[in-house]
Write a protein that binds this ligand. Sequence first.
Ligand code: HEM
Length: 423
Amino acid sequence: MPAIPRDDSFDSTLALLSDGYTFISKRCARFQSDIFETRLMLRRAVCTMGEDAARMFFHPGRFTRRGAIPPTTLMLLQDLGSVQTLDGAAHQRRKQMFMPLLESPAVDGLAQAMIRHWRAQLAKWERQPQVVLHSEVEEILCRAVCEWAGIPLADPEARQRAEEFSAMIDGSGAIGPRNWKGQALRMRTEQWARGLITTARSSRHAIPEGSMAHAIALHGDTDGKLLDARTAAVELINVLRPTVAVARFITFAALALHAYPDCRARLAAGEDGYAECFVQEVRRFYPFFPLIAGHVLVPFEWRAHRFSEGDWVFLDMYGTNHDARIWDEPETFRPERFRHWDQSPFNFIPQGGGDYLQGHRCPGERITIALTREAVRMLVSEMRYDVPQQDLQIDLSRMPAIPASRFVISNVRRIEPVARPAA
Ligand code: HEM
């Protein structure tokens, strides 16, 4: 069997940290191959990219995520005992708990909650000389998702919780102080979430029946037993934290509105289907999740390479979303490309790919799209603002990436939304 290309450096961990989002794609280009071998954290690792690699990686049952993500990242994201660390029947049973997130009542309910909180904040922004959009939107999303999930949140608490979720997200791809801050703040969040689970289980009406928090508190796993309070708290956080993380896509969307005024004009004109294309292009173009890792569960062959049980394999998500074989001029921001997208679950993978229930694909994808679309509508149709001079650069070695200034806006004014005739 021919050997796959191998990165000659003894260990590539530092190169991964300095190349960031482009680590895998740069080497694939150099080796003229969608697969190569390297060493990361002193362990052998196989790196892959492209649509065919995604089809290989997201094949149901082939990989486990267990042990594949460094613990410092795992503990800030999905965490031990979460749905992402499960496989097979246990995974499917737990995943059922998240499947309602993909349906209209959840998607629309959360989007409406965000709009209400956005309008309330807008009134405050009008009285401030300038605001940092990214942190403001994190707080809006924190308030919205807690309200929607049935979690009581006193007004002063909202800022604190938003900061905790923000630190977890921001620290997830870092080593050192940024990561430690996330870990420290997460302990507070876990304590709070455990308290909510206990309340939902013990006192009637404190957490409304039918809400997401209630559903998690009363979910039975394959053995029919309730999740232990720590695991239930982890899963509750796994709905709240990533919803706050949508602020990153919203910030990137605001940046795109600023950088591409013609796109803003087309959105303002209400061009049919354009808003959806714009949001998809934001999720394709801007860097969020760089890559995903798994350990082989069942040996298989791909591209004449034998993958053995336990092999550590990476799939380049950002690189696949920027692969010129899939996307014409991938470094150009062009929403209308999504008018002709073939809807493949393997060529556009900002939140994972393949099947939602059988695999680990993100159950929050529709919520993410709806929240970003509504946020874009707010930015275009319900407010006016200036974008003062600031550092809007995105450093691709920083994971997760964000514009350096986090997008500052000034001179914010509310405007009445224009009612459009139904299409
Ligand atoms: C902010 C944008 C988001 C991004 C970039 C994102 C990305 C991802 C990725 C890459 C995965 C792992 C896929 C895999 O292992 O194959 C994932 C899984 C997951 N996401 Fe998201 N996500 C986002 C938003 C959300 C939202 C809004 C929610 C919930 C409301 C959510 C809940 C989850 C859960 C529960 C899983 C674990 C699924 C499983 O293991 O089966 N995510 N997400």
